[in-house]
Design a binder for this molecule. Structure first.
Ligand SMILES: *Cc1c(COP(=O)(O)O)cnc(C)c1O
Length: 337
């Protein structure tokens, strides 16, 4: 089976495993795991941010981030298909007692004008708008990337309205590679950034939340409350260090693989549309009469594992464990169905 379901399915390479097994560890809840400390410092420096905290999952990083930016009854602005809103188990309500103002974006991207329009007036009938969450790349937008100028404009709207700005950067490195941008550009603009190590970077586990020193101190407490204080987490952090050192630039290969899959799909009559492929995700829309589940099943019979993410949409994700040969096999399977 060739697994195109998600970039979360990767398994550590022998070199990554070696780095994990030889990690120096300690009790990170006491702040004594040298490898976790090294990873956190490394990430903060990379982004030019003051501090970082290592979390077990991207969901926890995002939820801790939102918890530390909001108060009970606040409102969070994000895209209507944002991960923080639709894929984190109702976490904004459950963990932060806050509500969402969801905006229909352009392939998962919201504009500065839309954010400005969504801010509530200072009126006791209204929830207090306190936070904007962006997602780059946008998962349900087909791995789309923000235009950095638009992010700057959103920052201005936040400043004018006293709002914090969080980035769900689960796949931020894909965006950086695709758009030739730098981590520090992002570190300068956002109040907090979460990145995933367990997606394209190929780690088994892990995410990092970054922000100011005071904010990350607060985040460490929230992580503990959420049950995310880990002890000898250095074994996992070592994978993260390895990934930041070795697995960023190769994301370009995943992007090329995704483009080739999209190319093969574009020749098929059952495909109505394909979202613009900017990074490692391909989301196709099927013609009426061709259920996504059926397409996924046909591919499965040919050894290609994909996900029907809705009744009409099929998703392919390229990642570290997908080789050019596997892409060729997928292209052949697509041609045959
Ligand atoms: C995967 C993902 C996350 C976090 O996922 P975890 O599985 O909890 O690590 C957050 N945001 C986006 C956009 C994602 O794709």
């Amino acid at each position: 089976m060739i697994d195109f379901r998600s970039d979360t399915v990767t398994k550590p390479t022998p070199a990554m495993l070696q780095a994990m097994m030889s990690a120096e560890v300690g009790d990170d809840v006491f702040g004594e795991d040298p490898t976790v400390n090294k990873l956190e410092t490394m990430a903060a420096q990379l982004f030019g941010m003051e501090a970082a905290v290592f979390c077990p999952s991207g969901t926890m990083s995002n939820q801790v981030a939102i918890r530390c930016h909001t108060q009970i009854g606040d409102e969070v602005i994000c895209a209507s298909n944002a991960h923080v809103y639709i894929y984190e188990g109702g976490g904004i309500a459950a963990n932060s007692a806050s509500q969402v103002k969801a905006i229909d974006g352009n392939f998962g991207r919201i504009s500065a004008q839309q954010v400005a329009n969504a801010v509530n007036p200072d009126d006791l009938h209204k929830a207090r708008t306190s936070l904007v969450c962006l997602e780059n790349t946008a998962n349900r937008g087909g791995g789309s990337c923000y235009d950095f100028d638009e992010i700057k404009k959103i920052r201005s709207v936040c400043d004018e309205n006293n709002l914090r700005l969080h980035l769900d950067g689960a796949r931020l490195f894909n965006a950086l590679i695709a758009k030739n941008e730098t981590p520090s550009q992002y570190g300068e603009i956002f109040d907090s950034i979460s990145i995933c190590l367990n997606k394209g970077l190929g780690c088994p586990v892990g995410s990092i939340l970054m922000g100011t020193k005071a904010y990350i101190k607060k985040a460490r407490r929230a992580r503990k409350v959420f049950g995310g204080g880990m002890r000898q987490a250095g074994f996992m952090a070592a994978a993260g260090i390895y990934a930041l050192e070795h697995n960023i630039n190769r994301l370009a290969e995943d992007h090329e693989n995704a483009r080739q899959i999209a190319d093969a799909l574009s020749k098929k009559s059952f495909v109505k549309d394909i979202m613009p492929v900017e990074t490692n995700i391909v989301i196709m829309q099927a013609q009426p009469g061709f259920p996504a589940a059926k397409i996924a099943e046909k591919l499965y019979q040919k050894g290609i594992h994909v996900i029907a993410i809705s009744a009409e949409q099929v998703r392919f994700v390229a990642h570290l464990d997908i080789s050019p040969l596997m892409v060729a096999q997928a292209i052949k399977a697509i041609a045959e169905i």
